[in-house]
Write a protein that binds this ligand. Structure first.
Ligand code: FAD
Ligand code: NAP
Length: 532
């Protein structure tokens, strides 16, 4: 090789992943440049400023664990941090580690091409810059390209339109306004109660009712925080041994929902419901494995809907008949109770889809619902969407889009055959969106850092996933999913929310085994990777 390079590593994205990657590359004594489309850091927490946005993994866990001083000095205020609080945390980290000087903002990476004669990548941006580097790290986020359905007449709407994932920076005032919210996923479920508290009327257009667990958000108890901080490292290490990379301090339940009496089961469901949060899914060990156990959880949830929602017809509409937990479970504050408000109505668009948008509102089943504002809470082209928006060309002129046309192919979710020195963070084929993503990000960044460090020490130029290992890995990811109930619904995990997207279950289930596998691969001299 010996081609002139502009920087050792180009990192695309300045969210949690890109920022830690930058810090880690610097630690190796290498140079890096981060390219970020937004005008500031934060990724998800920069873009998703809708009312009610907050994490649903507890803040003491949804934060970096790689710097002890950082985790000791930062004070989270609530069990689930709000978007502004998370964003100020990210800004604090950026300043504390002097990261900003290596980040180019308001610039989008449009293409990246591998040059086999020099073993370098040329990264192109929409500012017409070409950056030549040895490594490219795609820290582009799994939920960073919005999904805006192509409703007829969408641009005819005369009022204001918002997507939750591209929310304005200034407060949006809904006072006395008629608002239509499209969607009932996590973003809708968090924002609807807050919008309803302000608006004149809210009409929610629901295609699929969702399972949602009360957050039971509260101020953090200083005593509890002190205890966690006294053993933060151990506490974080335990999280890494938990299936979803958080909640590792809680004892694991190893009981089937079917193995106990009806009374005991109900008691356990009630206890978890009272505790709140995503931990509800861990109440039994087989909710995602056994259809009968799953149905028991679904029944319990429906009984809660009936208890909370006063109007029986509404309660029925809000009761899912899908597999519990198959779509990403939601966590809410007062979501179901919001339907008891006189200014909130629900339109079922499952059988009679939204027909069109007009200047005055949204038409479904022949009825025009007049609106001053439309909120699209319609999600994201998840996991692959953002990566495929970049024109990535590897060895032999192979385009990543073509390679992934029937679904993403990766080895460990970290790399792709024919795309040397290109790394994905929380890519398809890794536990990613099924985990506390900060823990997944840290594990990926550290693994990539160690590999780049090892290559640099040995004077190696390229690393590339071996084709056979990649094929076996993809089979393994599918096989694990096939053992569960995750394939039994139209979730974004399967790409089912985006018309035309291949239906493949993209993340790998089970963080601890994955982490062990990655460690073993590294210890065996990067087994399954070709190093030159
Ligand atoms: P992101 O934060 O998405 O950052 C990626 C960045 O890359 C973005 O800033 C984007 O602008 C930039 N980018 C993308 N493409 C390009 C390009 N071509 N050129 C230049 N820049 C580009 N996860 C949890 O574990 N717990 C939670 O509670 C949780 N809550 C969430 C709430 C919401 C509303 C959403 C949308 C997601 C949530 N997630 C949660 C997932 C969340 O995305 C991750 O936790 C985490 O923030 C991802 O960080 P990241 O750096 O990988 O990606
Ligand atoms: P989402 O879960 O994909 O929900 C999108 C919603 O829009 C769904 O209800 C979907 O209905 C509906 N929809 C999409 N296209 C539609 C159409 N053409 N007509 C009618 N309805 C349509 O997106 P999200 O709520 O933004 O959440 C995405 C992910 O981000 C979450 O699963 C989670 O991982 C993360 N997140 C987390 C939090 C948190 O609590 N911390 C908050 C927000 C987001 P169908 O279900 O029928 O497809």
């Amino acid at each position: 090789m010996n081609a002139q390079i502009d920087t050792d590593v180009v990192i695309v994205g300045a969210g949690f992943a890109g920022l830690y990657m930058l810090h880690s590359v610097r630690g190796l004594g290498l140079s890096a440049r981060v390219i970020e489309a937004a005008d500031d850091v934060g990724g998800t927490w920069y873009w998703n400023r809708y009312p009610g946005a907050r994490c649903d993994v507890p803040s003491m866990e949804y934060s970096y664990g790689w710097d002890d001083e950082l985790q000791q000095e930062w004070e989270w205020t609530e069990r689930y941090a709000t978007q502004p609080e998370i964003l100020s945390y990210v800004e604090h980290v950026t300043a504390r580690f002097d990261l900003r000087k290596d980040i180019t903002f308001e610039t989008r990476v449009t293409a990246s091409r591998f040059d086999e004669s020099t073993d370098t990548w040329t990264v192109k941006t929409d500012a017409d810059e070409q950056i030549r580097c040895r490594f490219v790290v795609l820290a582009t986020g799994c939920l960073s390209s919005t999904n805006l359905p192509e409703f007829d007449g969408r641009d005819d709407f005369a009022g204001r339109s918002f997507h939750t994932g591209q929310w304005p920076h200034e407060k949006v005032d809904f006072t006395d306004r008629r608002v239509v919210v499209i969607g009932t996923g996590s973003s809708a479920i968090q924002s609807i109660p807050q919008i309803a508290a302000e608006a004149g009327h809210v009409t929610v257009m629901q295609r699929t009712p969702n399972y949602t667990i009360p957050a039971r958000n509260q101020s953090l108890d200083p005593k509890e925080v002190k205890e966690i901080k006294a053993n933060y490292r151990t506490w974080r290490a335990k999280a890494r041994d938990a299936t979803a990379a958080f909640g590792g301090h809680r004892p694991r339940v190893d009981v089937s929902a079917k193995a106990i009496s009806d009374e005991e089961r109900l008691e356990r469901f009630e206890d978890r419901w009272a505790l709140g949060g995503l931990g509800f899914g861990g109440v039994f060990n087989d909710l995602m494995l056994d259809p009968e156990s799953n149905a028991l959880a679904a029944d319990f949830f429906r009984s809660k809907v009936a208890e909370i929602v006063e109007d029986p017809e509404l309660s029925e509409k809000l009761s899912p008949d899908t597999v519990f937990g198959c779509k990403r479970m939601c966590v809410d504050t007062d979501y179901l109770a919001t339907y008891n408000r006189p200014n909130v109505s629900l339109v079922d668009v499952s059988e009679t889809p939204i027909e069109r948008i007009t200047a005055a509102g949204v038409v479904a089943d022949g009825v025009e619902y007049e609106a001053d504002d439309i909120v699209y809470a319609t999600g994201f082209d998840a996991m692959t969407g953002t990566i495929e928006r970049i024109d990535i060309v590897g060895r032999g002129g192979l385009s990543l889009r073509d390679k992934w046309s029937a679904g993403p192919l990766t080895y460990l979710g970290l790399g792709v055959e024919s795309f040397p020195n290109l790394f994905l963070i929380t890519g398809p084929g890794s536990p990613s969106v099924l985990t506390n993503m900060i823990a997944s990000i840290e594990q990926h960044v550290e693994w990539i850092r160690d590999l780049i460090g090892s290559m640099t020490d040995q004077g190696l130029s390229t690393v590339e996933a071996d084709g056979e290992s990649e094929a076996k890995w993809v089979d393994y990811v599918n096989a694990v999913a096939g053992l569960t109930l995750f394939n039994n619904c139209s979730s974004w995990y399967l790409g089912a929310n985006v018309p035309g997207k291949p239906r493949v279950f993209m993340p790998l289930i089970g963080f601890p085994d994955y982490k062990v596998k990655c460690d073993e691969v590294a210890a065996a001299g990067y087994d399954g990777w070709v190093l030159n």
